[in-house]
Design a protein around this ligand. Structure first.
Ligand code: HEM
Ligand code: HEM
Length: 177
């Protein structure tokens, strides 16, 4: 691998970091697109197994990504960034990890509770409620994250450039998110 050099402040992310970032955008979009619409669907044991395997792989890869990012990469925020803004970025990034992990773990819990025979009632309704709360939280934090990324694109401070492969230079056109 060519990504063994130590992280530098505002250096571009490694290829693996970008692969994790954009791979998860795809994985998350896929997970949301094929979401379960109704609890009754879990009676289909093939679907239940698929969901559980998907959520297990998702949370495992998320853990690997988190460990890798924490150990080897640093934010592309310029050194002159005010501490409060650095803290805000850390909170939003952390909240995205927590909500994505929360979706998968609460999904696994739904699977377990259903498999144990609690196919209806307050227990499974409660866990589904928790699952939906994590989904809602993830939408909010991802939304804030994308707005912040676009803001940095307009600042032209290198943050957008460090992670996003498109709309790299040239015009200062309108906001499209
Ligand atoms: C499912 C959607 C997304 C999630 C969950 C997500 C999550 C993250 C996380 C956790 C980081 C911190 C680095 C890391 O630990 O990997 C990050 C960095 C970044 N993301 Fe995203 N992201 C998403 C979509 C996007 C999109 C659509 C854009 C741009 C349009 C974007 C732009 C950026 C940029 C510019 C950084 C670098 C920030 C910095 O260096 O401080 N992300 N993203
Ligand atoms: C990473 C994996 C997963 C993703 C991304 C995901 C995503 C979603 C989304 C977006 C919703 C709709 C939430 C809403 O409408 O507010 C949902 C609902 C639901 N999910 Fe998941 N899910 C995952 C894993 C699982 C697993 C493993 C199970 C169970 C085995 C599961 C069972 C359900 C159920 C029962 C609902 C509620 C359906 C209803 O409204 O009755 N999910 N999920």
């Amino acid at each position: 691998m060519s990504d063994t050099s130590p992280p530098q402040p505002s250096a571009h992310y490694s290829r693996l970091a970008k692969l994790f970032h954009w791979g998860f955008v795809g994985l998350f979009a896929y997970g949301v697109a094929k979401q379960i619409d109704d609890l009754d669907q879990l009676a289909d044991s093939d679907l239940l197994r698929f969901e559980v395997v998907f959520a297990g792989v998702f949370v495992l890869l998320l853990g690997v990504r988190f460990a890798y990012m924490k150990r080897t990469q640093t934010s592309a925020l310029p050194a002159t960034t005010p501490p409060v803004q650095k803290l805000a970025a850390r909170i939003v990034h952390g909240a995205m990890y927590v909500s994505l992990a929360g979706i998968a773990l609460s999904g696994l819990l739904i699977g377990l509770v259903f498999w144990l025979g609690f196919e209806d009632g307050w227990l499974i309704q409660g866990v589904v409620g928790l699952h939906e709360l994590f989904v809602l939280a993830s939408y909010w934090f991802i939304g804030i994250h994308i707005v912040a990324a676009c803001y940095h694109r307009f600042l032209r401070d290198g943050v957008w450039h460090a992670m996003v492969p498109f709309w790299q230079d040239g015009h200062t056109s309108h906001k499209d998110h």
